[in-house]
Design a protein around this ligand. Structure first.
Ligand code: SF4
Ligand code: SF4
Length: 290
C-alpha cells in the first residue's frame, strides 16, 4: 500500500516519522520510500545516505523562451507581452530572464518573424539509492524553477518501478510541507495519509489546512502528535478537537532528545531508541500495513 506522511508545517517531525515507519516495515520485507519534498529532500540523510549515493538523471518539467538573434528584426512587439516580466530590452534585441520565464509562449506568438522559440530545459533531477535494506526514490527541482508537482510525479513513478523490481509491498511517501502543488501530487493515488503535527497552534492550524487536501480526495487518515510533552495541555486539546471532527490520533511521541540524536547520527530514531518501535508498529497496524 502507499502511505503518505504529511504535516502542513515544516519541522514537526514528518521525515523522522517517515524514516522510522520505513525502518520498521523493512524488518518484515522490502520497502520503498519516496522523498517527495523536492525543494529540500533530506529523507536520505536520515538513512545515512549522502548526495553521492544517488544515481541521478536530469529531467525537464517545462520550457523557456529562446531567441534566434539572426531572425530578430528588433520590432519590439514582444516587449511588454510577458506578464512574468521576463523580457527586457538589450542592445537592439530583447533579452530573456531564464529564471522569470514560465514558458507560456505568449512572446513566441507575438513575434512576427518567428524569432522566439521554446526549448525544454533540464531543471531538476530524480534518482534512487539503497542502503541497509531501505530503497529511496527522490528528486529535486533547481532553485527558482517551476514544476515541483511534476518532479513529485516522477519521483512517485520511480518508486513504483523500484517496488515492482524488488517486490516491495509498501511505499512510504515523505510529502512536501505546506498545502501546495507538491503536496497534492504527493497524496494523489495514496491509500492512507499519516498526518504529523506538534502541540502548537500554528502546527495544528497548518495540519488542518493540509488535511483539507486529504479529505478532498477522500483518503483515510490518522493523526500523529509528535513532541506531545512540549505542551501536554495543548496536546489534550488537539485530541479533543480531532475526536469532535471524527479524526483518530493513531500515534503519539513525547519530546525526547533521542529524536534529535537520531537526526544528528543520520539514523531512524527506532535504531537508537528501540523503545519507540512499538508505537511505530501501532501506527502501521492502524494504517493497515501490518
Ligand atoms: S515564454 Fe511566456 S513567460 Fe517566457 S518570456 Fe515569453 S511571454 Fe514571458
Ligand atoms: S517580436 Fe520578434 S522580431 Fe520583434 S523584437 Fe521581439 S523577438 Fe525580435
Amino acid at each position: 500500500m502507499k502511505i503518505a506522511v504529511l504535516s502542513g508545517k515544516g519541522g514537526v517531525g514528518k521525515s523522522t516519522v517517515s524514516a522510522s515507519l520505513a525502518k520498521v516495515l523493512s524488518e518484515r520485507g522490502p520497502v520503498v520510500t519516496a522523498d517527495c519534498d523536492v525543494d529540500t529532500p533530506n529523507l536520505g540523510i536520515l538513512f545515512g545516505m549522502d548526495d553521492g549515493d544517488f544515481e541521478k538523471e536530469w529531467v525537464s518539467t517545462g520550457e523557456k523562451a529562446v531567441l534566434d538573434k539572426e531572425k530578430c528584426i528588433g520590432c519590439r512587439k514582444c516587449l511588454g507581452i510577458c506578464v512574468f516580466s521576463a523580457i527586457s530590452w538589450g542592445e537592439g534585441k530583447p533579452e530573456f530572464d531564464r529564471l522569470a520565464c514560465e514558458g507560456c509562449g505568449a512572446c513566441s506568438l507575438a513575434c512576427p518573424v518567428g524569432a522566439i522559440g521554446l526549448e525544454q530545459v533540464e531543471n531538476g533531477w530524480i534518482g534512487d539509492a539503497e542502503k541497509g535494506g531501505i530503497c529511496i526514490a527522490t528528486g529535486q527541482l533547481k532553485m527558482g524553477e517551476a514544476g515541483s508537482g511534476d518532479i513529485v510525479d516522477l519521483v512517485k513513478k520511480r518508486a513504483e518501478q523500484i517496488c515492482e523490481k524488488i517486490g516491495a509491498e509498501h511505499t512510504i511517501i515523505d510529502s512536501a510541507a505546506g498545502i501546495g502543488c507538491p503536496v497534492i501530487a504527493s497524496v494523489a493515488g495514496i491509500d492512507y495519509a499519516v498526518a504529523v503535527t506538534e502541540p502548537t497552534p500554528s502546527a495544528f492550524s497548518d495540519l488542518e489546512r493540509a488535511l483539507e487536501v486529504v479529505k478532498h480526495f477522500k483518503i483515510p487518515y490518522g493523526i500523529v502528535i509528535n513532541k506531545s510533552t512540549l505542551d501536554s495541555e495543548f496536546s489534550g486539546k488537539m485530541k479533543e478537537v480531532a475526536a469532535e471532527r471524527g479524526a483518530e490520533v493513531i500515534g503519539e511521541f513525547p519530546y525526547d532528545k533521542k529524536f534529535l540524536d537520531a537526526a544528528v547520527g543520520m539514523k531512524p530514531v527506532v535504531e537508537i531508541a528501540p523503545e519507540y518501535k512499538g508505537e511505530f508498529e501501532k501506527i502501521l497496524e492502524k494504517v493497515g500495513a501490518l
